[in-house]
Design a protein around this ligand. Structure first.
Ligand code: MLT
Length: 318
Protein backbone atom coordinates (compact mmCIF):
# COMPACT_ATOMS: atom_id res chain seq x y z
CA UNK A 1 0.00 0.00 0.00
CA UNK A 2 1.33 3.45 -0.92
CA UNK A 3 -0.17 6.44 0.90
CA UNK A 4 -0.46 9.76 -0.92
CA UNK A 5 0.10 12.84 1.21
CA UNK A 6 -0.53 16.45 0.21
CA UNK A 7 1.48 19.16 2.00
CA UNK A 8 0.20 22.70 1.51
CA UNK A 9 2.86 24.76 3.32
CA UNK A 10 6.63 24.58 3.38
CA UNK A 11 7.89 22.07 5.95
CA UNK A 12 11.50 21.78 7.10
CA UNK A 13 13.83 19.81 4.77
CA UNK A 14 14.71 17.47 7.66
CA UNK A 15 11.07 16.48 8.05
CA UNK A 16 10.58 15.82 4.32
CA UNK A 17 13.50 13.36 4.43
CA UNK A 18 11.30 11.07 6.57
CA UNK A 19 8.74 10.95 3.76
CA UNK A 20 11.39 10.56 1.06
CA UNK A 21 12.77 7.54 2.89
CA UNK A 22 9.37 5.94 3.59
CA UNK A 23 8.72 3.13 1.13
CA UNK A 24 4.95 3.23 1.70
CA UNK A 25 4.35 6.96 1.11
CA UNK A 26 4.64 9.54 -1.65
CA UNK A 27 3.95 13.23 -1.26
CA UNK A 28 3.40 16.50 -3.09
CA UNK A 29 4.13 19.96 -1.72
CA UNK A 30 1.71 22.45 -3.27
CA UNK A 31 1.57 25.93 -1.76
CA UNK A 32 -0.77 28.84 -2.45
CA UNK A 33 -3.96 26.77 -2.52
CA UNK A 34 -7.38 28.29 -1.90
CA UNK A 35 -10.22 26.18 -0.41
CA UNK A 36 -11.53 25.78 -3.99
CA UNK A 37 -8.25 24.59 -5.52
CA UNK A 38 -7.60 22.39 -2.49
CA UNK A 39 -11.05 20.79 -2.95
CA UNK A 40 -10.15 20.03 -6.59
CA UNK A 41 -6.87 18.33 -5.64
CA UNK A 42 -7.85 16.53 -2.45
CA UNK A 43 -9.73 13.45 -3.81
CA UNK A 44 -6.51 11.53 -4.62
CA UNK A 45 -4.89 11.96 -1.20
CA UNK A 46 -4.93 9.80 1.96
CA UNK A 47 -3.61 12.57 4.20
CA UNK A 48 -3.23 16.32 4.21
CA UNK A 49 -0.60 18.31 6.12
CA UNK A 50 -1.17 22.04 6.63
CA UNK A 51 0.19 24.96 8.58
CA UNK A 52 -1.90 28.12 8.71
CA UNK A 53 -1.93 29.42 5.15
CA UNK A 54 -4.71 27.12 3.94
CA UNK A 55 -8.30 26.90 5.17
CA UNK A 56 -9.69 23.38 5.20
CA UNK A 57 -13.41 23.92 4.78
CA UNK A 58 -16.48 21.69 4.77
CA UNK A 59 -16.31 21.74 0.94
CA UNK A 60 -12.76 20.37 1.06
CA UNK A 61 -13.85 17.51 3.34
CA UNK A 62 -16.88 16.82 1.11
CA UNK A 63 -14.53 16.30 -1.84
CA UNK A 64 -11.99 14.25 0.15
CA UNK A 65 -13.19 10.75 -0.64
CA UNK A 66 -9.97 8.94 0.44
CA UNK A 67 -8.81 11.29 3.19
CA UNK A 68 -8.08 9.68 6.56
CA UNK A 69 -6.06 12.30 8.38
CA UNK A 70 -5.24 15.99 8.50
CA UNK A 71 -2.03 16.91 10.30
CA UNK A 72 -1.61 20.50 11.47
CA UNK A 73 2.05 21.46 11.71
CA UNK A 74 1.49 23.74 14.67
CA UNK A 75 -1.06 24.24 17.40
CA UNK A 76 -3.97 26.42 16.25
CA UNK A 77 -6.62 24.57 14.29
CA UNK A 78 -8.97 27.47 13.61
CA UNK A 79 -8.23 27.03 9.89
CA UNK A 80 -9.68 23.50 9.90
CA UNK A 81 -13.41 22.71 10.06
CA UNK A 82 -13.11 19.95 12.67
CA UNK A 83 -16.87 19.24 12.78
CA UNK A 84 -16.86 18.60 9.04
CA UNK A 85 -13.80 16.35 9.45
CA UNK A 86 -15.51 14.36 12.21
CA UNK A 87 -18.67 13.89 10.12
CA UNK A 88 -16.52 12.35 7.36
CA UNK A 89 -14.46 10.25 9.80
CA UNK A 90 -11.26 12.19 9.14
CA UNK A 91 -8.90 12.48 12.10
CA UNK A 92 -7.41 15.92 12.75
CA UNK A 93 -4.12 16.08 14.66
CA UNK A 94 -1.94 18.97 15.75
CA UNK A 95 1.55 19.12 17.23
CA UNK A 96 1.13 20.70 20.65
CA UNK A 97 4.33 21.56 22.40
CA UNK A 98 6.56 21.44 19.35
CA UNK A 99 6.71 25.22 19.01
CA UNK A 100 5.87 26.33 22.57
CA UNK A 101 9.39 27.46 23.46
CA UNK A 102 9.73 29.45 20.24
CA UNK A 103 6.39 31.16 20.86
CA UNK A 104 7.19 31.89 24.49
CA UNK A 105 10.57 33.36 23.57
CA UNK A 106 8.97 35.57 20.92
CA UNK A 107 6.43 36.77 23.49
CA UNK A 108 9.29 37.87 25.74
CA UNK A 109 11.01 39.51 22.77
CA UNK A 110 7.82 41.46 22.04
CA UNK A 111 7.39 42.45 25.67
CA UNK A 112 10.97 43.73 25.96
CA UNK A 113 10.88 45.44 22.56
CA UNK A 114 7.69 47.19 23.65
CA UNK A 115 9.14 48.40 26.96
CA UNK A 116 12.42 49.58 25.45
CA UNK A 117 11.01 50.99 22.15
CA UNK A 118 13.47 48.84 20.19
CA UNK A 119 11.81 49.08 16.74
CA UNK A 120 11.38 52.87 17.02
CA UNK A 121 14.92 53.41 18.37
CA UNK A 122 16.40 51.25 15.61
CA UNK A 123 14.44 53.03 12.88
CA UNK A 124 15.33 56.52 14.05
CA UNK A 125 19.00 55.62 14.55
CA UNK A 126 19.10 54.25 11.01
CA UNK A 127 17.71 57.61 9.92
CA UNK A 128 20.64 59.34 11.61
CA UNK A 129 18.93 60.47 14.86
CA UNK A 130 20.43 59.93 18.33
CA UNK A 131 17.19 59.99 20.36
CA UNK A 132 18.35 58.96 23.86
CA UNK A 133 15.79 61.10 25.71
CA UNK A 134 12.76 60.09 23.66
CA UNK A 135 13.14 56.38 24.22
CA UNK A 136 13.23 56.08 27.99
CA UNK A 137 11.86 52.62 28.75
CA UNK A 138 10.09 50.68 31.49
CA UNK A 139 11.34 47.63 33.41
CA UNK A 140 9.62 44.28 33.76
CA UNK A 141 11.08 43.86 37.26
CA UNK A 142 8.34 43.67 39.93
CA UNK A 143 5.57 44.44 37.44
CA UNK A 144 2.42 42.33 37.33
CA UNK A 145 1.87 40.13 34.33
CA UNK A 146 -1.65 38.90 33.51
CA UNK A 147 -1.74 35.76 31.39
CA UNK A 148 -5.00 34.96 29.64
CA UNK A 149 -4.60 31.24 28.97
CA UNK A 150 -2.08 29.01 30.69
CA UNK A 151 -1.46 26.02 28.46
CA UNK A 152 1.95 24.92 27.25
CA UNK A 153 2.94 28.35 25.90
CA UNK A 154 1.46 30.38 28.77
CA UNK A 155 3.37 28.24 31.29
CA UNK A 156 6.66 28.82 29.44
CA UNK A 157 5.98 32.58 29.36
CA UNK A 158 5.20 32.54 33.10
CA UNK A 159 8.47 30.88 34.07
CA UNK A 160 10.50 33.27 31.89
CA UNK A 161 8.71 36.29 33.35
CA UNK A 162 9.28 34.95 36.87
CA UNK A 163 13.01 35.08 36.04
CA UNK A 164 12.45 38.83 35.56
CA UNK A 165 10.83 38.81 39.03
CA UNK A 166 7.38 39.65 37.73
CA UNK A 167 4.27 38.59 39.66
CA UNK A 168 2.13 36.36 37.49
CA UNK A 169 -1.68 36.38 37.53
CA UNK A 170 -3.51 33.86 35.39
CA UNK A 171 -7.03 33.73 34.04
CA UNK A 172 -7.72 30.25 32.71
CA UNK A 173 -11.03 28.51 33.53
CA UNK A 174 -9.40 25.15 32.74
CA UNK A 175 -6.42 25.44 35.10
CA UNK A 176 -6.65 23.77 38.51
CA UNK A 177 -5.57 25.49 41.74
CA UNK A 178 -3.10 22.66 42.25
CA UNK A 179 -1.28 23.27 38.96
CA UNK A 180 -1.39 27.05 39.52
CA UNK A 181 0.28 26.53 42.90
CA UNK A 182 2.92 24.30 41.36
CA UNK A 183 3.67 26.93 38.72
CA UNK A 184 3.80 29.64 41.40
CA UNK A 185 1.12 31.77 39.69
CA UNK A 186 -2.08 33.25 41.14
CA UNK A 187 -5.29 32.04 39.53
CA UNK A 188 -7.78 34.92 39.32
CA UNK A 189 -10.99 35.81 37.51
CA UNK A 190 -10.80 37.91 34.38
CA UNK A 191 -11.86 41.18 36.05
CA UNK A 192 -9.18 40.86 38.74
CA UNK A 193 -6.54 40.22 36.10
CA UNK A 194 -7.68 43.19 34.02
CA UNK A 195 -7.66 45.50 37.02
CA UNK A 196 -4.20 44.53 38.31
CA UNK A 197 -1.98 43.68 35.37
CA UNK A 198 0.69 46.04 34.06
CA UNK A 199 1.20 43.67 31.14
CA UNK A 200 -1.40 41.37 29.61
CA UNK A 201 -0.30 38.54 27.35
CA UNK A 202 -2.73 36.30 25.48
CA UNK A 203 -2.14 32.56 25.25
CA UNK A 204 -5.64 31.18 24.70
CA UNK A 205 -6.99 29.24 21.75
CA UNK A 206 -9.54 31.02 19.58
CA UNK A 207 -13.00 29.74 20.58
CA UNK A 208 -16.49 31.21 20.95
CA UNK A 209 -15.63 32.11 24.57
CA UNK A 210 -12.33 33.81 23.77
CA UNK A 211 -13.33 35.66 20.56
CA UNK A 212 -12.64 39.39 21.08
CA UNK A 213 -11.91 38.84 24.78
CA UNK A 214 -10.00 42.13 24.52
CA UNK A 215 -12.66 44.68 23.57
CA UNK A 216 -13.88 48.16 24.59
CA UNK A 217 -15.49 46.79 27.76
CA UNK A 218 -12.53 44.72 28.96
CA UNK A 219 -10.04 47.45 28.06
CA UNK A 220 -12.05 49.89 30.22
CA UNK A 221 -11.40 47.59 33.21
CA UNK A 222 -7.61 47.62 32.67
CA UNK A 223 -5.11 49.83 34.46
CA UNK A 224 -4.24 53.07 32.67
CA UNK A 225 -0.93 52.56 30.89
CA UNK A 226 -1.33 48.81 30.47
CA UNK A 227 0.76 47.04 27.81
CA UNK A 228 -0.72 44.18 25.78
CA UNK A 229 1.05 41.39 23.89
CA UNK A 230 -0.61 38.89 21.56
CA UNK A 231 1.21 35.99 19.94
CA UNK A 232 -1.80 33.64 20.08
CA UNK A 233 -4.61 34.47 17.64
CA UNK A 234 -5.60 37.83 16.16
CA UNK A 235 -9.32 37.29 16.66
CA UNK A 236 -8.88 37.32 20.46
CA UNK A 237 -8.74 41.11 20.13
CA UNK A 238 -11.17 43.70 18.78
CA UNK A 239 -8.54 45.47 16.70
CA UNK A 240 -10.56 48.67 16.22
CA UNK A 241 -11.07 49.02 19.98
CA UNK A 242 -7.37 48.41 20.56
CA UNK A 243 -6.28 51.12 18.12
CA UNK A 244 -8.72 53.62 19.69
CA UNK A 245 -7.48 52.94 23.19
CA UNK A 246 -3.81 53.21 22.22
CA UNK A 247 -4.53 56.52 20.53
CA UNK A 248 -6.49 57.72 23.59
CA UNK A 249 -3.49 56.88 25.81
CA UNK A 250 -5.38 54.35 27.96
CA UNK A 251 -3.10 51.61 26.63
CA UNK A 252 0.61 52.51 26.72
CA UNK A 253 1.69 50.02 24.12
CA UNK A 254 0.76 46.92 22.17
CA UNK A 255 2.88 44.22 20.53
CA UNK A 256 1.14 41.93 18.08
CA UNK A 257 2.34 38.90 16.13
CA UNK A 258 -1.11 37.75 14.98
CA UNK A 259 -4.00 39.50 13.28
CA UNK A 260 -7.66 39.03 12.40
CA UNK A 261 -6.69 39.10 8.71
CA UNK A 262 -3.39 37.56 7.71
CA UNK A 263 -1.35 38.67 5.88
CA UNK A 264 -2.05 42.02 7.52
CA UNK A 265 -3.79 44.27 4.95
CA UNK A 266 -1.66 47.21 3.81
CA UNK A 267 -4.38 49.64 4.94
CA UNK A 268 -4.80 48.09 8.41
CA UNK A 269 -5.45 50.74 11.10
CA UNK A 270 -2.86 48.89 13.23
CA UNK A 271 -0.11 50.16 10.94
CA UNK A 272 1.62 53.46 11.57
CA UNK A 273 0.49 53.86 15.19
CA UNK A 274 3.45 54.86 17.31
CA UNK A 275 2.95 52.55 20.29
CA UNK A 276 1.84 49.49 18.36
CA UNK A 277 4.67 47.22 17.29
CA UNK A 278 4.03 44.35 14.91
CA UNK A 279 5.68 41.18 13.62
CA UNK A 280 4.27 39.02 10.79
CA UNK A 281 3.17 35.83 12.69
CA UNK A 282 6.76 34.87 13.46
CA UNK A 283 6.43 33.49 16.99
CA UNK A 284 6.75 29.83 16.02
CA UNK A 285 9.22 30.51 13.24
CA UNK A 286 12.54 29.35 14.58
CA UNK A 287 14.66 26.76 12.80
CA UNK A 288 14.42 24.52 15.85
CA UNK A 289 10.64 24.75 16.19
CA UNK A 290 9.97 24.31 12.48
CA UNK A 291 12.18 21.23 12.37
CA UNK A 292 10.48 19.75 15.43
CA UNK A 293 6.95 20.60 14.20
CA UNK A 294 7.62 19.15 10.72
CA UNK A 295 9.10 15.91 12.02
CA UNK A 296 6.35 15.49 14.59
CA UNK A 297 3.46 16.05 12.17
CA UNK A 298 4.91 13.69 9.54
CA UNK A 299 5.56 10.95 12.09
CA UNK A 300 2.04 11.32 13.49
CA UNK A 301 0.42 11.19 10.06
CA UNK A 302 2.45 8.16 8.95
CA UNK A 303 1.69 6.32 12.21
CA UNK A 304 -2.02 7.06 11.74
CA UNK A 305 -2.09 5.87 8.13
CA UNK A 306 -0.16 2.72 9.08
CA UNK A 307 -2.71 1.85 11.76
CA UNK A 308 -0.29 2.57 14.59
CA UNK A 309 -2.56 5.08 16.35
CA UNK A 310 -3.40 8.75 16.00
CA UNK A 311 -1.37 10.83 18.43
CA UNK A 312 -2.63 14.30 19.37
CA UNK A 313 -5.94 13.67 17.64
CA UNK A 314 -8.44 16.44 18.32
CA UNK A 315 -11.58 14.63 17.25
CA UNK A 316 -11.16 11.18 18.73
CA UNK A 317 -10.36 9.97 22.26
CA UNK A 318 -6.65 9.35 22.95
C1 MLT B 1 0.58 27.71 15.70
O1 MLT B 1 -0.66 27.72 15.82
O2 MLT B 1 1.23 26.69 15.91
C2 MLT B 1 1.31 28.95 15.37
O3 MLT B 1 0.47 30.04 15.24
C3 MLT B 1 2.25 28.82 14.21
C4 MLT B 1 1.60 28.51 12.91
O4 MLT B 1 0.49 28.89 12.62
O5 MLT B 1 2.22 27.81 12.12
Amino acid sequence: MTYKILITDNLSPQSLVILEEADDAIFDVVTGLTPETLAERIPEYDALIVRSSVTVTEEVFAAASKLKAVGRAGVGVDNIDIDAASKRGVIVMNTPGANSIATAEHTLALMLALCRHLPQAYTTLQAGKWDRKVYVGRQLYRKTLGLIGMGRIGSQVASRCQAFEMDVLVYDPYLSDEIAQKLNVKLVDLDELLGQADFISLHAAYTEETAKIINHETIAKMKDGVRIVNAARGALIDEAALVNEVKSGKIAGVALDVFVDEPLPKDSPLLGVDNIILTPHLAASTLEAQEFVGIQVIEQVLDGLRGQGFRNALNMPA
